[in-house]
Design a protein around this ligand. Sequence first.
Ligand SMILES: Cc1ncc(COP(=O)(O)O)c(C=O)c1O
Length: 455
Amino acid sequence: MTFENRYSTWAGRSRELFDQATEVIPGGAGSSARTAKFGWMPYPPFMAQGTGSRIRDVDGHEYVDYLLGLGPMILGHRHPVVTRAVADAITEYGTCFGLPYELEIEAARKVVDAVPGVEMVRFTNSGSEAVGSAIRIARACTGRRLLIRFEGHYHGWQDTVYWSNHVDPAAAGPASRPRPVPSGPGVPAELAATLIVLTWNDAESFAAVMAEHGDQVAAVITEPAVFNTGCILPEPGYLELLRELTARHGALLIFDEVITGFRFARGGAQEYFGVTPDLTTMAKGLGGGFPVAAIGGSREVMSIIAEGRYSHSGTYNANVVACAAVSATMDLLAEPGLFERQRALGERLMAELRSLAGAACLPVIIEGLGTVFQIWFSDRPIRNWRDAERYAREDLFTTWWQEMLLRGVLFHPSQYENLFVSLVHTDADVDAMLNAAAEAFAVTRSAARLAGLPG
Ligand SMILES: Cc1ncc(COP(=O)(O)O)c(C=O)c1O
């Protein structure tokens, strides 16, 4: 029986809701990452309720949740402490003043205390907004125009950065000097002249471009570990090189920590890898599931806002829901040993998935840092987006994903997304996934054999 047939039996009520949704919501969902085009074929399951590490759909299935809302549910669903803090704050204070208030200072102080490169912080509402501000601040501070970014990274949907994420490889030019390619229509082509796009993890091309153009570069923006092309970790010395050469040429280094922030270390990837950027963007994880983002940086860089030379504005910036959520989340993340414990749990999951795939004779690479990882069906190392396009077997990933979904394990259907392990996942959640994975790998192995993979 095809997956579509099995799924339509599995998700009958979701089908009814999907039909209603498509009448009023384009694609039937509030973000394109939740639609069929991004892999939720033939239509996404509709959700009813989440609690901790589990989520239930409208057809009555409970899943172990490794999607985690695409990252923000770092404390699981409806964490009682954060939920209570938000409910109390809006009951006590209100939601939005258009003026500063004390809880905002409390939330900001806790972020500053947690993240090494953040001496001052402004809250905003989404990662895309935070990135847009970071880039404009970098250009304003340096008086320069050029932005260096990397293929396969995603920094939100704004025109300045909506480029060269996952584009047609034929249009992307040579790896040694990629051509900027907009990630979709509607982006002004003229902005290509403001960008240099490079291959990630390639020290040579970065050093060459900085030698040639470094003095015109306003900023280098990077995910410090790439989580928008599955998971790709920085090679030893690579982040240090970005830091050294940006500093040498007077360009700013922006770490886009929208995913990595608070994920595998309280101070984010910058704490974990020991490299401090000039500007940091944060979002998922920051508010324990509530909508909030932030831009933070050194006192020197943020002084451009403090002195009124740059206007960073937003009606909903630092609203009460956001600040109450940040404050409560930061307290919970301060629990001693929390990240070490959850990284170890995730690493056990990764290690056991590797051995199950090995036992099924499937070539896989499982890369990540415990609390976030991805599985590549590939027998070649994946160092950047071009490697992923060339070597990763998306068809096998899809089969594996389908088999896992129908066994009650939820994660995104694209190999370019991630599996998230929250800070409240337990050994039982990991065991549940491993039981499903053993069977799913066996089915995937049969699919691989049919598709001609030797073995
Ligand atoms: C690294 C990174 N930066 C920026 C964004 C944009 O964040 P948002 O979706 O909150 O606008 C994302 C979203 O996934 C992201 O992963």
